[in-house]
Write a protein that binds this ligand. Sequence first.
Ligand code: DQA
Length: 139
Amino acid sequence: MNIQIINGPNLNLLGVREKSIYGNTDFESYLSELKAHFKNIDIAYFQSNVEGEIINKIHEVGFTYDGIVLNAGAYTHTSIAIADAIAAIKTPVIEVHISNVYKREEFRHHSRLAASCKGVIAGFGMHSYRLGIESLLIS
Ligand code: DQA
């Protein structure tokens, strides 16, 4: 099974950025834990701060991979182009957020992507990614 994790803008700064919201762990350290947890799954990781690069990655894996776990960061709340990319592919996409976006500013309460995704997981810290992968194993 192949799963692609895609992180969007500013998520390269996990462990440094707003630690009270996003925690102390950088994504690479967490990724090693994830790979150890899901030994039988090939987990690929991509991060970009650039909307078009995220879209290109969705197109690249979206017809062959078994699942995509996507944290599009702030593009979640703005990007019709990423929503269209998710709608265009065959691979199921799980939208994930580290923070509980519904407890935060109102502009974070709406996702432009969720309607094109299989499901949404938010608010479990880094474990949102693990839950995202587990949700792909259900069906
Ligand atoms: C985030 C929530 C978004 O609102 C924010 O812009 C992010 C991170 C999260 O993982 O909690 O960059 O997607």
